[in-house]
Write a protein that binds this ligand. Sequence first.
Ligand code: TGC
Ligand code: FAD
Length: 397
Amino acid sequence: PDPFNWQDPLNTQSLFTEEELAIQETAEAYCQERMLPRVLQAYRDENYDKKILEEMGELGLLGATIKGYGCAGVSSVASGLITKAVERVDSGYRSGMSVQSSLAMGGIDEFGTAEQKEKFLPLMAQGKLLGAFGLTEPNHGSDPGSMETVAKPHPTKKGYVSISGAKTWITNSPIADVLLVWAKYSETGKIKGFLVERKDCPPGTLETPAIKNKNGLRASLTGMIQLDECPVPLENMFPDVEGLRGPFTCLNGARYGIAWGMTGALEDCIARARTYALERKQFKGNPLAKYQLIQKKLADAVTDAAYGTVAAIQVGRLKDEGKATPEMISMIKRQNCDRALHNARVLQEIFGGNAVSDEYGIGRHVANLFVTQTYEGQSDIHSLILGRAITGIQAFA
Ligand code: TGC
Ligand code: FAD
């Protein structure tokens, strides 16, 4: 056999097709050469360069599993490799992409009418039209079924609904052109999806203020969506899906992506910690890497990254065969997020005081990984989804 490779201990490269390897190479090259040089300043300034999405669009990296509409139509594993490459740089950059690709484009592809797909998907694939996904509200996060945002028939405009309510912690909302808003439709009392186009909203009916001074995910924009009797044409509603199945179907794709992304973020922490441990000397000129406690930290992290990658590949293959269940996705989202956060925190210790300097990158990952463990279903929520599937008893309420 080939010698052991700490960067790919279980030789997962042997599980990819030629096409997947080529996509991985394109994505890794773009992310390391074009994204990585920007991230430190973006994180300091709490700034997101939306040109990133346009650049990714040019390379065919957006909505990559969608067939047609200018999208690449690649395998779920290939899309996972793109996500991993992006998150190796920063979870905020992956967030910007996930919302565009999985949540907004994925929703339109799955539930949109032919007209909605033609209108939005080609421009979104190019990164020229930006999307957001509004499910969470100030009073309802883990329990979106209790949402208060409502869509009523518009009192004066025929063929329109009037949407009122507030969404919060919405990635990309300050810059999005089209916001997929989930609201209770007064005619049925059921949750429906509406594509709210910023350019068509009369003044004062749509506001998307940014949430500033975050202590994680600072290279991504987050904001609110405030709707005050906002008129939206009924032709912008997803016609055939109602209830939480709509948003959760979009979330299946995004949660799958996060599971992949986690392995990228963790591998970057490992590479940074290993380099540091080999260079930094303490006690009689020995590198930190000589000490057993340091080696155990690296061994644990490398093992978790490798196991997480293998699990993500398996779920990706099942997804393309139509055999992946939401519980499988909950399992890998929860496990890969929890292990990435835990290991990143432990690896951070290797840097001693220097961990506090943002130049070393490790603190940025640790702060980001708290967010990834929290959004798209906090880890304990995924424990309950799994617990329900194991016991047949739901423990949410
Ligand atoms: P429950 O009774 O379990 O289900 C209600 C309906 O939804 C269906 N369903 C699913 N359908 C497809 N895929 C899934 N994964 C599904 N899960 C549930 C279910 O079959 C049912 O359908 P129907 O037709 O019978 O009505 O619903 P519940 O209200 O008891 O929900 C419980 C719980 C905890 C599972 C759920 O509410 C949950 O997952 N909460 C977490 C909330 C969450 O994930 N929010 C994410 C917001 S978006 C975000 O964070 C984006 S960050 C992006 C970035 O920046 O990267
Ligand atoms: P809560 O629901 O209040 O939960 C708080 C804690 O209580 C959690 O630990 C949770 O696990 C626990 N808890 C809740 N219920 C139970 C229970 N029944 N049993 C045991 N424990 C429980 N949302 C969007 O819609 N779109 C976005 O683009 C988006 N982007 C985000 C970006 C960022 C940077 C952040 C921080 C969040 C984003 N979110 C987005 C929101 C995110 O999905 C929610 O924060 C998340 O779902 C948790 O909801 P909450 O914050 O209201 O916490």
